[in-house]
Design a protein around this ligand. Structure first.
Ligand SMILES: Nc1nc2c(ncn2[C@@H]2O[C@H](COP(=O)(O)OP(=O)(O)O)[C@@H](O)[C@H]2O)c(=O)[nH]1
Ligand SMILES: [Mg+2]
Length: 320
């Protein structure tokens, strides 16, 4: 058995060590990574992916801990992917928070992983998607992806989820921040966490009125109050997740999946094509003269790209 075959067997058996190693290989994104994805792909498509986003400090990680506990009580296995360097899941938070999270990871039915942000942004998004595939193949019933909702990348990442939960805390102008970060459009469920604070009701009202503007959606986003510290409201949140899931499963889910497969395929094609042409240019040392040509205004980047593409297609035809 090859090293990869062994690893894949470990993943399919749900072994933590194999899952962890596979995700590390995926982060480095080489030939091996592709082999792993190809081997596990037939075993994916079963997990339910939940995205949790929102401003830093709104209580996402704390809430996830409580959600996972409930899911475990119901006998469900869970994978957590945190795309957040300050997450207590990864050691970036206060000691107390961190210890609670680490207790979770001692549970055989829970796998926690943070994605390294040394990757390029595009690379990070791809690695996150592939890590989800590994956890899916490993048989996790639920996969929770935590991102700090701060920009386009986070919005992109959270789009891998079927149900997107936006977590806000009252009193910090989070609603405004959420609108700025484009979170209002992507949330299926909105949580006002830290409801132990007095201005929580005000935040709910503000949020509801902000959501009113967004009436095109067929699914009416729900707003739920929680106190992640004590677990209050978490049952309601889980209920809302299941409701949204049922709504999706009545038709929308298949369409969502198809659109994502299409996007992923197109991205893979353009990436491969670009990689191939660029690699050839570099080995043939023809890149420099082309840059020179553009610098001299004898041509432009788009024209050169077209010429290279045509040349490539012609070469492939001649090969046949
Ligand atoms: N008062 C209060 N504090 C909370 C609540 N939920 C989380 N926190 C605290 O808020 C801080 C940030 O929480 P964390 O889960 O790390 O937020 P994240 O950055 O969104 O993941 C931590 O110190 C938590 O203990 C809550 O419901 N009420
Ligand atoms: Mg966090």
């Amino acid at each position: 058995m090859t090293e990869i075959e062994k690893l894949v067997q470990g993943i399919l058996a749900g072994e933590k060590k194999s899952i962890a190693r596979a995700i590390t290989i995926i982060e480095n994104n080489g030939q091996k990574a592709q082999k792993i994805i190809s081997a596990i792909y037939p075993h994916t498509g079963k997990a339910y992916v939940i995205g949790i986003t929102g401003p830093a400090g709104s209580g996402k990680s704390t809430l996830i801990e409580k959600i996972v506990k409930k899911l475990r009580e119901n006998g469900k296995s869970v994978g957590i992917v945190a795309v957040d360097p300050t997450s207590p899941f990864t050691g970036g938070a206060f000691l107390g928070d961190r210890i609670r999270m680490q207790n979770l990871s001692l549970d055989e039915g829970v796998f926690i992983r943070s994605m390294a942000s040394r990757n390029s942004l595009g690379g990070l998004a791809k690695a996150t998607k592939d890590a989800i595939k590994v956890l899916d193949a490993a048989g996790k019933d639920y996969i929770i992806v935590e991102t700090v909702g701060a920009g386009q990348l986070e919005v992109d990442i959270v789009k891998v989820a079927y149900t997107v939960i936006v977590v806000l805390a009252p009193g910090f102008g989070d609603e405004i921040q959420a609108i700025k970060a484009g979170l209002m459009e992507i949330g299926d469920i909105f949580v006002i966490n830290k409801a132990d604070r007095e201005n929580a009701d005000r935040a709910v009202i503000d949020l509801l009125s902000a959501l009113e503007l967004n009436t095109e959606k067929k699914w009416k986003p729900q707003v739920i109050k929680t106190i992640a510290l004590t677990g209050e409201g978490v049952d309601e949140l889980l209920k809302a997740i299941e409701e949204h899931r049922k709504y999706l499963e009545a038709g929308e889910l298949e369409r969502k999946r198809r659109k994502r497969v299409e996007a992923e395929l197109l991205e893979a094609i353009s990436q491969r094509l670009a990689d191939t042409i660029i690699a050839e240019l570099k080995t043939e040392k023809t890149l420099e003269p082309l840059i020179e040509k553009i610098m001299n205004r004898e041509s432009d980047p788009y024209t050169i790209a077209d010429i290279l593409l045509k040349k490539k297609i012609k070469l492939e035809k001649e090969k046949k």
